[in-house]
Design a protein around this ligand. Structure first.
Ligand code: URA
Length: 208
């Protein structure tokens, strides 16, 4: 499935703020949260609705309410954490799972070091959260972990993507929709997205 690129002017403007080397930690963190909130709005476009009756101060209204699947947010540690609060402000009932993966320096394969899922993950629409889709190694491993845990509905919300990561996800998880704000040119020798925005985790948490 080719990625869904969110071209809304508000999102693109905020992405430019993230790219800017002069954007400091406070603003960077806030804007990551704002973009995540806007991305969630788009990602939830296909959730199903049911007809409900509601008593207004004036009369009875025929209206709509969300039905069916509830949401699980699955941030990949650590940068994915920066996207959680923005989405929770829109969907406070979402459960938050966590996936911690690091890349083994010898094998270069993702190794899981911490995972905690809600027990009813198979009944939830899962949004994997990671601001950067670079090689796609951790995103693909996270999607596989969720599938092994029983998840049947998975989307990947990533602020910036690079072609190798998109290709890996398309090959290994063609059923997982990638929702992103831009697909950049390439990766450099250190695995950073070019032109990108630098190390998202360092910029969110001020560790550089
Ligand atoms: N992770 C980041 O934080 N930045 C990149 O450019 C690539 C991966």
């Amino acid at each position: 499935m080719s990625p869904t690129i969110l071209t809304h002017p508000l999102i693109q403007h905020k992405l430019t703020m993230l790219r800017d080397i002069d954007t400091g930690v406070k603003i960077f963190r806030e804007v990551v949260g704002e973009i995540a909130m806007l991305m969630c709005y788009e990602a939830m476009r296909d959730l199903s609705l049911e007809d409900v009756k509601v008593t207004t101060p004036v009369s009875i209204a025929s209206s709509k309410a969300l039905s069916g699947k509830k949401l699980a947010l699955v941030p990949i540690l650590r940068a994915g954490l920066g996207m959680v609060d923005g989405i929770l402000s829109l969907v406070p009932s979402a459960k938050v799972a966590h996936i911690g993966l690091y890349r083994d320096p010898e094998t270069l394969l993702p190794v899981e070091y911490y995972c905690k899922m809600p027990h009813d993950i198979s009944e939830r629409a899962c949004f994997i959260l990671d601001p950067m889709l670079a090689t796609g190694g951790t995103a693909a491993a996270a999607a596989q972990y969720l599938k092994d845990a029983g998840a049947r509905s998975i989307k990947l919300l990533t602020i910036l993507s690079a072609p190798p990561g998109v290709e890996k996800m398309e090959q290994e998880h063609p059923d997982v929709e990638i929702i992103t704000c831009a697909v950049d040119q390439c990766l450099n020798d250190h695995g950073y997205i070019v032109p990108g925005l630098g190390d998202a985790g360092d910029r969110i948490f001020g560790t550089k």
